[in-house]
Design a protein around this ligand. Structure first.
Ligand code: WQD
Length: 351
């Protein structure tokens, strides 16, 4: 079987991607220091797939520990690199922390890929690389504006580092620009585990609906949009996961157009914050307690994807609609509250 290293494999998108890879015949190992995740998610992955994935609890910023993974695992044919901090708000407050972690870990992984001649690399990028676009929907050719946060800057720089790395060896890469990943695996055995008070919209909604939060705020009601709240392209995490399997096969079958192809991963539809709340209320039957608040610094007004290239080149077609995104997110929140079998790391400050 084709052996793939998934860094950040215990994270939200990483775990969903491991499930999809296993279901599509790949052998997977994970590298995750669990600084922002819990290894218990691997037990849930085993319940879904029947496979217990080995995780290397390694800080990828330490080169010697990173290289040991590759020494112990000959025959890795591809790497999917998720491991990074991803909170926009936190990155604005701690930029150096973000540059140090996100870039050092990427550089170490790329050095190992070069040293061990690993031919295929998939990089977890983000729609934040576009900044505040002049025109929407954005295509992969839309020029990058200045990043609105250190997090976005690490993704812009990360893309450039990957491109330069593959230019000087025989390897090839794909950059996947996620829009807003939401929802959970239909089994509700894996999902998003935000540490502390959730920054992202959908976990804020589900935690408010279940009573973990007393209320939530809509950040901004005076934007130039159809109802004054920001527009985003929400995409189910399982659709994002499947795109990684397709991207790996695209590289393994040498279908790539260049040594570093880029793809937008969004549904191609934009929805406002208020529309998402409305969709959640319909899907869950719960009336949400929220108030209209001020704008959040660093927020982009409106962005959504032109996803034609991923459809055409990868054969990727998002399957989950908005109602299913909200329903699976809600089912996961209910499971977290009522199913004591879902182990939550005692260190995770979830309240
Ligand atoms: C969405 C909208 C908020 C919380 C970030 C990253 C992106 C990706 C997804 C990694 C905004 C509003 C939110 C709340 C609110 N990360 N909101 N009340 O900032 O679009 O994107 O996360 O893959 O790369 O940049 O996502 O969910 O934080 O915000 O009104 O309590 O919801 O203002 O308009 P964002 P988000």
């Amino acid at each position: 079987m084709k052996k793939i290293l998934v860094t950040g494999g215990c994270g939200y998108i990483g775990a969903h991607t491991i499930v999809d890879l296993i279901e599509n015949g790949f052998e997977v190992i994970s590298a995750d220091n669990n600084s922002r995740s819990s290894e218990s998610i691997l037990d849930s992955i085993e319940k879904i797939t029947g496979k217990l994935v080995k995780n290397y609890k390694v800080d990828l910023c330490i080169y010697d520990d990173t290289v040991a993974i590759f020494q112990e695992n000959p025959g890795i044919t591809g790497i999917i690199h998720f491991a990074a901090y991803k909170s926009v708000g936190e990155s604005v407050k701690k930029p150096l922390f973000y540059f140090e972690n996100n870039l050092n870990s990427l550089i170490n992984i790329l050095k190992c890929a070069d040293e061990f001649n690993i031919p295929n690399f998939v990089f977890s990028s983000s729609c934040t690389v576009y900044g505040n676009p002049d025109a929407i929907p954005v295509t992969e050719e839309t020029p990058m504006k200045p990043a609105e946060s250190a997090y976005g800057a690490t993704k812009q720089m990360g893309e450039q580092i990957v491109q330069e790395a593959v230019n000087c060896n025989e390897s090839k890469a794909i950059l996947l620009r996620y829009f807003n990943p939401v929802g959970a695996h239909p089994s509700a055995l894996i999902g998003e585990l935000p540490l502390g008070k959730p920054e992202n919209l959908v976990p804020a909604i589900t935690q408010t609906a279940i009573g973990k939060l007393s209320t939530m705020q809509v950040w901004g009601s005076d934007y130039e949009t159809r109802d004054g709240s920001c527009v985003r392209d929400y995409i189910h995490v399982s659709d994002i996961a499947h795109a990684h399997t397709l991207a790996l096969n695209y590289l393994l079958e040498n279908k790539n157009e260049s040594n570093c192809d880029v793809f937008n991963l969004g549904t191609g539809d934009g929805h406002t914050v208020l529309e998402i709340i409305n969709e959640f209320e319909k899907a869950s039957g719960v009336k949400l307690n929220y108030t209209m608040g001020p704008r959040r610094p660093g927020d982009v007004v409106a962005i959504y994807a032109n996803n034609d290239k991923a459809k055409k080149r990868l054969g990727w077609y998002p399957k989950f609609n908005l109602s299913e995104m909200m329903a699976t997110a809600w089912k996961w929140e209910l499971k977290l509250k009522y199913d004591e079998n879902i182990f939550v790391d005692p260190n995770a400050n979830l309240n």
